[in-house]
Design a protein around this ligand. Structure first.
Ligand SMILES: C[S@@+](CC[C@H](N)C(=O)[O-])C[C@H]1O[C@@H](n2cnc3c(N)ncnc32)[C@H](O)[C@@H]1O
Length: 577
């Protein structure tokens, strides 16, 4: 039993968010309550109890793969060496021995209902299972019945067999370019090509070439009388003495895997007994079977718990941007980064095509991340859908943060069709373009020429280009340009989303309204400023920064604390002065 900590990867920042409008005098500062600001890494001790359900610590490892002890001792060094992501997926194959009821296909749903509570209840495994050859052609059933009748009336064996041979002849005539859909064995006899090659790969090969299967069931017992039919219809044929038509397997709860008939619960016994009593040629029978779970079956954390050293925190969450999974690995994970990335990719295909890790904290002007591609294709250009709009981004060249989607929605909900928005640090346009759908006009600006290129492309992509005017300049210059022009009167909201130092950019507003005539019609815009603070009292700290930047100008301030996590924003404080 392994105790493992789950790490939810989260950014370590708290973003006080402020919006305010100008007024003519200061009043007292709000008294913010002191709240812990430091983000805490959420760790969870996961105690695994393996008494029920599938687990990599249970079941048998098939003979061709190394034993579990061997598996655990060799895996970590192998993984560590040169970050080699190629680990043997077969090491994750586990075989479980179960009991099942083989039932007529037509009755399986009714019996499933009746036996509820006694059937296997494992995630992603259907308790009505199919095995190769369990679907039998109606015509074949008739022949079989004829054969049986003959048996009963003492007919000669040659005659019985003849009808099956005739039936095969009939099938041969039906052969066309698609081969035999129902009887693979006949197809194989007539057309020994590709298929023969594939099937000679050995027992371990999984069926289903396109999509790898998660699990497979095989019946263990060989029934008398099966051989003869097999010879005619191929290896896939299963059925035995009681065979009468198409069948399904109802997998019984794992507790009954090694139980004999007498030890089964009454409900199961009753089904078997009743069926046999009512119908002497009942096809219901108790069989032993093998349920094999493959690498594809196991969840990301189950695989990683096996691959990473015992006790290591398992990276259990990541951010997604379009087709890209964005990890934020801790130092201790770095020796295993490629292995972790491979598992993330395998377990999240096809939505995820690329797995990256952030190399360094964001510290450049354009707020772009330094990313290392660890698995999948190397394209960092992707499309994100937010608010029903599409945004093309190149994570290597522009800023994007999907976690801010909720906050963007909150902001947008305060805009109406009479508004004119000025987005000073617009990036590729998640706020500006979404706002353009609602408001009269948007002025959007960014210093990063690549961001502006994508902003232009995205406004066209969303057919909103006629409502957006785009600028590529420093934020201060942009504010000056906007507020020294006749546009100043029309602007109702200014958005400043540059959390590191947007507050310091507020100095650009000093005196912008000094010479404006103050008629009754005049409204000051609402300025939405985002910022980080590591101070003990971030609201107080942020308020001070705003006052220093604006100096003589009086403002109404509303402050709201955002904890930038994947799930939550935390409104903490509402105050005004
Ligand atoms: C935190 S991002 C926000 C982008 C966008 N609002 C969003 O939510 O995705 C800040 C943006 O400001 C831009 N930026 C940085 N310094 C700037 C400056 N001095 N003037 C204008 N834009 C700047 C960066 O290029 C970046 O795109």
């Amino acid at each position: 039993m392994v105790g493992t900590k789950l790490l939810h990867l989260k950014p370590n920042s708290v973003i006080p968010f402020t919006n305010f409008s100008f007024k003519h005098s200061f009043s007292s500062l709000p008294k913010p309550s002191i709240l812990s600001l430091l983000y805490s890494t959420q760790t969870q001790i996961k105690t695994q109890v393996f008494s029920y359900g599938p687990s990599l610590q249970k079941g048998d490892i098939p003979l061709e793969t190394p034993s579990r002890t061997q598996n655990q001792t060799t895996l970590h060094p192998e993984v560590e060496e040169g970050n080699n992501p190629v680990f043997d997926e077969q090491k994750f194959t586990r075989v479980f021995h179960l009991a099942a009821l083989r039932v007529p296909a037509n009755d399986c749903f009714a019996l499933e209902n009746r036996l509820r509570g006694h059937l296997l209840n494992w995630p992603r495994v259907k308790n009505i299972a199919r095995v190769p050859g369990d679907e039998i052609d109606e015509e074949m059933i008739t022949l079989f019945d004829e054969r049986k009748d003959g048996e009963e009336s003492g007919e000669e064996e040659d005659g019985e067999f003849e009808s099956l041979v005739l039936y095969r002849e009939k099938l041969v005539k039906e052969f066309n370019y698609r081969g035999f859909v129902k009887f693979k064995n006949l197809a194989r006899i007539s057309r020994p090509g590709k298929r023969k090659k594939k099937e000679s790969k050995g027992d371990g090969e999984r069926k289903g070439n396109e999509r790898k299967e998660l699990w497979v069931v095989e019946v263990l017992e060989e029934k008398e009388g099966e051989e003869e039919m097999k010879g005619l219809l191929g290896e896939d044929f299963k059925g035995g003495r009681k065979w009468k038509g198409s069948t399904r397997l109802l997998l019984l709860d794992e507790r009954y895997g090694d139980k004999g008939f007498e030890e089964l619960p009454q409900a199961i016994k009753a089904v078997l007994v009743e069926e046999t009593r009512e119908n002497s040629s009942s096809t219901i029978e108790l069989v032993r079977c093998k349920l094999t779970l493959f690498y594809e079956y196991w969840q990301m954390n189950e695989i990683l718990e096996t691959l990473l050293p015992e006790g290591m925190i398992i990276p259990s969450a990541f951010e997604t941007v379009g087709h890209i999974a964005h990890l934020n690995l801790k130092d201790e994970h770095l020796p295993y980064k490629c292995v972790i990335a491979k598992v993330v990719l395998d377990k999240n295909k096809p939505k995820i095509q690329t797995v990256v890790n952030k190399i360094d904290i964001i510290q450049n002007d354009y707020r772009t991340m330094q990313l290392e591609v660890l698995a999948g294709n190397h394209s960092l250009v992707t499309t994100v859908v937010e608010n029903g709009l599409r945004f093309r981004v190149d994570l290597a060249k522009v800023y994007w943060n999907s976690r801010l989607g909720t906050e963007r929605q909150r902001l947008l909900s305060g805009f109406n069709r009479n508004d004119v928005i000025c987005d000073v640090f617009s990036g590729v346009g998640p706020i500006a373009i979404s706002a353009a759908k609602i408001v009269k006009r948007v002025y959007a600006n960014d210093l990063n020429p690549f961001a502006v290129e994508y902003l232009e492309g995205n406004s066209v992509l969303n057919k909103l280009e006629r409502k957006i005017k785009i600028f590529n300049m420093d934020g201060r210059r942009f504010i000056n340009a906007m507020f020294s022009s006749e546009k100043a009167h029309s602007i109702t909201h200014v958005v400043m989303n540059l959390p590191n130092d947007a507050a310091e950019f507020l100095d650009a507003f000093r005196g912008v309204y000094r010479d404006q005539p103050r008629d009754k019609e005049f409204n000051f815009p609402m300025i939405h400023v985002y910022g980080f603070s590591k101070a003990q009292d971030p609201e107080f700290d942020f308020h001070e920064r705003i006052r220093i930047a604006l100096q003589e100008v009086a403002v109404n301030v509303d402050m709201r604390r955002l904890h930038s996590t994947t799930t939550a924003e935390v409104p903490v404080l509402d105050g005004s002065d």
